[in-house]
Design a protein around this ligand. Structure first.
Ligand SMILES: NC(=O)C1=CN([C@@H]2O[C@H](COP(=O)(O)OP(=O)(O)OC[C@H]3O[C@@H](n4cnc5c(N)ncnc54)[C@H](OP(=O)(O)O)[C@@H]3O)[C@@H](O)[C@H]2O)[C@@H](O)CC1
Ligand SMILES: Nc1ncnc2c1ncn2[C@@H]1O[C@H](COP(=O)(O)OP(=O)(O)O)[C@@H](O)[C@H]1O
Length: 527
């Protein structure tokens, strides 16, 4: 059955959200499933279904296309393209169906060999050269889940053509050149395809479509056809999650007997003013986190500023309910022991002296931005930094720590380069979670949420709209409110789901506040 998984702008619509969470299978798991189902079905059934699904979606997406160009490789991905060409031609679609096939007949797998015969029998035209002009529709069936080495020569030239061709392009299973498991390119590639694009995943959804370069590469919409087999019984490699695990509003509304103390207390630590921090003020970061925590339903929110009392703001006109403190006053009051603490949003280096105390005092802790920078600065390769010991000590006590690094912060914590993190985001998040024994939210296109021993979650929502200063502070505040409302009767896996759902909710905020003219700013996400 064909299903829409993600439409344009990354906000799952009701169809997609209703289907989340969705299992994601990498190349090896997909191959195992393919072999299992192929063995139980008549020969070529899966490829027949795959090619037919491609042809059907091509017609539905570009019903008026007259010239259709199929770029097909030498494996089964190419086979899907060849069969789609055959089906389109048999259906009398368009005026010309042409295939540029870059395979070698003697090396073809059996299914693709059969598909080649089908295309020839259907009278599809075979061409040797890439078109000089732009066809009405391109079907990208060059490389799929079998890609395993960098592209070069003729294949690289074909990929370049695909990426710069302005024609509407339907990518079969995966955009060619994209790694199915990790979402990185096997060649230097522009982030944005030149023309409109959609991707039809076959049999399984692959993790690489949803994180790293995957989302930008896959285009405006990701579809999936399960080829009418039930893959869901197999253990996935990761989960794609939407915001539907976010029950917060309903819960708050339903709780008639509630009072502000029951809805969760959040203490934001950050927002150092310029006067107290070498002329570099970051009050806005803590404001955004505090407002987001209030908006997400926290009963009480304090903002503690690591600065002398004279430089502490006393009041936020947009959210006067925010209560202001200095960090010393918050510690003296014992707030870190009873509130969920979100530390780091615009805290600068002033956070370092109190970070140790926070680690030891607060059972629920979100570490963002400058808190992560403090940990990263102390991350000596191969050594047991005191911060790591403190984080592991927290885990041993059953305390909750959530780390929310963007790729640069993650790279610092792993003593790696940003490119290493981005090349393998799932692994980077898992490695960081193992090392710190914390829940890790690796932000960016396809935010990854994981913890030790759990299957990673990839957040389905989010888009380039979120790439605006302060949107990470909003996420930290939302997470603070969600942790503060968390009841320990739920197990850790439920908590991981709650964290992932919160990140997914964050991903939907730009759409909720966008206008046809203005790009949303972080303040629009948490007014
Ligand atoms: N069988 C079925 O029923 C179904 C199959 N399905 C479809 O099969 C796809 C997987 O097919 P696949 O395993 O044949 O892999 P595929 O992506 O075609 O690539 C392998 C070929 O590419 C080559 N190659 C690899 N890297 C390269 C490089 N860098 N540069 C150059 N060449 C390179 C490699 O050559 P080799 O490395 O062996 O020399 C080999 O020839 C999957 O994505 C889906 O579309 C689904 O429809 C479900 C039903
Ligand atoms: N291209 C993108 N697609 C999806 N989400 C994105 C993208 N760019 C940024 N984001 C999200 O925006 C937020 C930015 O956080 P961060 O980098 O910490 O910003 P800041 O420090 O300015 O608040 C994160 O939640 C991240 O996942």
């Amino acid at each position: 059955m064909l299903r829409l998984v993600l439409p344009l702008n990354g906000v799952p619509d009701s169809i997609a959200a209703a289907q989340a969470p969705r299992p994601l299978y990498g190349a090896a798991a997909t191959r195992r499933l393919e072999q299992k189902f192929a063995a139980a079905l008549p020969p070529h059934t899966l490829m027949d279904r795959a090619g037919t699904a491609v042809a059907r979606l091509a017609r539905a997406w570009q019903p008026h296309a007259r010239r259709i160009h199929v770029l097909a490789g030498g494996g089964n991905n190419g086979g899907d393209g060849l069969l789609a060409a055959a089906r389109l031609r048999q259906a009398g679609f368009g005026e010309r169906i042409e295939v540029r096939w870059l395979g070698q007949e003697e090396r073809l797998p059996a299914d693709a060999r059969w598909a080649l015969a089908q295309a020839r029998a259907a009278g599809v035209a075979f061409v040797e050269e890439a078109p000089q002009d732009a066809p009405d529709l391109v079907i990208d069936a060059l490389l799929g889940a079998g890609l395993h080495r960098p592209l070069e020569g003729e294949m690289l030239a074909a990929l370049r053509w695909l990426q710069t061709c302005p024609s509407p392009t339907l990518c079969v299973d995966l955009p060619s050149g994209l790694d199915a498991d990790l979402g990185h390119w096997w060649a230097d590639a522009p982030v944005q395809p030149a023309g409109p694009r959609i991707t039809l995943a076959l049999l399984t959804l692959k993790p690489g479509l949803f994180t790293g370069a995957g989302r930008a590469a896959a285009g405006e919409a990701i579809w999936c056809d399960d080829l009418d087999v039930d893959v869901c019984a197999a253990l996935p490699d990761a989960w794609l999650v939407g915001p539907d695990g976010w029950p917060h509003r309903d819960r708050l509304r339903a709780d008639h007997a509630s009072h502000k103390g029951r809805r969760g207390d959040v203490l934001i630590i950050g927002g150092v003013p310029a006067a107290a921090h070498h002329g570099i003020g970051m009050t806005g970061a803590a404001l955004l986190a505090g407002r987001a925590a209030l908006r997400a339903g926290a009963g009480r929110v304090w903002v503690a500023v690591p600065a002398p009392p004279s430089s502490t703001p006393a009041f936020d006109p947009a959210q006067p309910a925010l209560m202001w403190r200095t960090v010393e006053a918050a510690l003296a009051e014992g707030l870190p022991q009873r509130a969920t603490v979100v530390a780091g949003c615009g805290a600068g280096s002033a956070l370092v002296p109190v970070l140790g105390a926070l680690m030891q005092q607060t059972p629920r802790l979100v570490l963002d931005a400058d808190a992560l920078n403090a940990l990263g600065a102390a991350a000596v390769p191969g050594s047991n930094s005191p911060w790591l010991a403190a984080l592991r000590d927290r885990a041993a006590r059953g305390w909750i720590t959530v780390l929310t690094p963007h790729p640069l912060e993650a790279a610092r914590l792993l003593d790696a380069q940003v490119a290493d993190v981005q090349r393998a985001r799932l692994q980077a998040a898992e490695q960081l979670a193992q090392r710190t024994e914390a829940i890790v939210v690796l932000k960016g296109s396809g935010t990854v949420v994981t913890m030790p021993g759990a299957l990673p979650r990839i957040v389905a929502s989010g888009s380039g709209w979120l790439a605006t200063a302060g949107s990470g502070d909003v996420l930290a505040g939302l997470l603070g409110a969600r942790l503060a409302a968390w009841t320990p009767v739920e197990d850790m896996s439920a908590l991981l789901d709650a964290v992932a759902a919160t990140a997914a909710l964050h991903g939907t905020l730009p759409a909720a506040s966008s206008s046809p003219i203005w790009a949303p700013t972080a303040a629009d996400l948490a007014p």
